[in-house]
Write a protein that binds this ligand. Structure first.
Ligand SMILES: Nc1ncnc2c1ncn2[C@@H]1O[C@H](COP(=O)(O)OP(=O)(O)O)[C@@H](O)[C@H]1O
Ligand SMILES: [Mg+2]
Length: 360
């Protein structure tokens, strides 16, 4: 049986570990937390993510190493590559970790993006405001997630304060995109170059955190464009595994925002909504197995459970829905679980989502 070592043991690790059982793969995790979610799905080496000795131990015990979050040290991954392969490659991760490198990569692939500028000090920020106009979305180049490490510059007089508020870190400033909605294109690629992509997913955020996803989009033009951009990215990176590309929809255009070299919250509906979930296909690609079908069953939707658990999870999860609870301690803004609905029609799904949102 193939053994995959996964750095990080949060809910994504847990869902990878559960999916592994269906494809006769064993997962082992590395995470510093006490009793992390993935402990329910496999053994966990308890160590810091940059603990070289622990990473070596994981690499020695496994056939291949993968990861479930982006802030793994690329140097640490390169150091264990001599023991066993790291998939997706540290090169792909390096591009995803730095928002400037990421935007330049999109540019080089002729994937449209918001206009942007590199910001190393508050003078750079003022120059960006001059050249690109206001408002600007200002983001730390590294370590941002769920809208953290971001600020909006609305008037040039606030440039110093906005720069300081982000801790003096290297930044990127982007024009604020007047998008209609946000989507993600999720797909898997194998070492042989086989690509399978999921239906384009429409995403709704609250305070920078994903709240609801729905698929498919039922817009053939955007579906085609999304798969086209995703394919360009997967091929350029010679990528292996699942990748999620987040984009803004503006009219009939897609503007790429960022990509995650891993399974993604907006793809959780694929567990019930596809024969092969994003978790199964990530494992298949990483383990060198052919991919499973990504065709959509019915009209799936997903609602995140954020901050506190519903008092009666069982009653929320009625017919045609499935509640997943990750086993994390409740905390404001924390993703604690999600509910998947498979509707027979888009309208039926949306009614269920509406009701679920009222009870959460
Ligand atoms: N240039 C932009 N224009 C408009 N909205 C943006 C822009 N960049 C980010 N956002 C909003 O902020 C959310 C979080 O930003 P994102 O770049 O995806 O960072 P992360 O998800 O890593 O925190 C996006 O999903 C989107 O709603
Ligand atoms: Mg994002």
């Amino acid at each position: 049986m193939k053994k995959i070592g996964i750095i990080g043991a949060g809910q994504l690790g847990q869902m990878l570990g559960f999916a592994a059982r269906d494809v006769s793969i064993e997962c082992m995790f590395l995470d510093p937390s006490e009793d992390p979610p993935a402990a329910a799905a496999g053994p966990v080496i308890r160590a810091e993510f940059d603990d070289q000795a622990a990473l070596q131990k994981l690499a020695q015990a496994c056939d291949v190493i993968s990861y479930e979050f982006e802030n793994v040290s690329v140097d640490c991954l390169r150091a264990i590559e001599s023991i066993c392969p790291v998939v997706p490659s540290p090169h792909a991760l390096e591009n995803a970790q730095d928002r400037l490198a990421e935007k330049r990569l999109f540019d080089s692939l002729q994937i449209p993006v918001a206009q942007y500028g590199k910001v190393d000090d508050s003078d750079d920020l003022k120059k960006c405001a001059d050249v690109l106009g206001l408002p600007l979305v200002v983001k730390t180049r590294r370590f941002g997630y769920d809208g953290k490490g971001q600020a909006i510059l609305r008037q040039i007089a606030d440039a110093d304060a906005v720069f300081e508020s982000l801790g003096g870190a290297p930044l990127i400033a982007e024009t604020m995109v007047p998008f209609q909605f946000e989507v993600s294109a999720i797909g898997a690629r194998t070492d042989d170059g086989e690509i399978a992509s999921y239906a384009l997913t429409k995403n709704e955020h609250i305070d920078g955190i994903l709240r609801v996803s729905r698929a498919p989009l039922d817009n053939p033009h955007l579906e085609r464009l999304g798969v086209e951009y995703l394919t360009r990215l997967l091929e350029r990176l010679d990528y292996v595994g699942v990748l999620a590309l987040e984009m803004f929809v503006v009219g009939d255009k897609l503007l790429a925002n960022e990509f995650a070299p891993r399974v993604h919250n907006s793809g959780h509906w694929t567990i019930e909504g596809c024969a092969g979930s994003q978790f199964e296909n990530h494992l298949r690609a990483v383990a060198g197995m052919p991919l499973a079908s990504t065709a959509t069953k019915g009209y799936p939707g997903m609602v995140n459970i954020i901050g506190s658990l519903p008092s009666d999870g069982a009653s929320i999860s009625g017919t045609g829905s499935q509640t997943h609870i990750y086993g994390k301690q409740p905390r404001p803004g924390r993703k604690l679980g999600h509910i998947t609905i498979i509707g027979e029609t888009a309208e039926a799904r949306d009614r269920r989502i509406h009701d679920i949102k009222l009870t959460l």
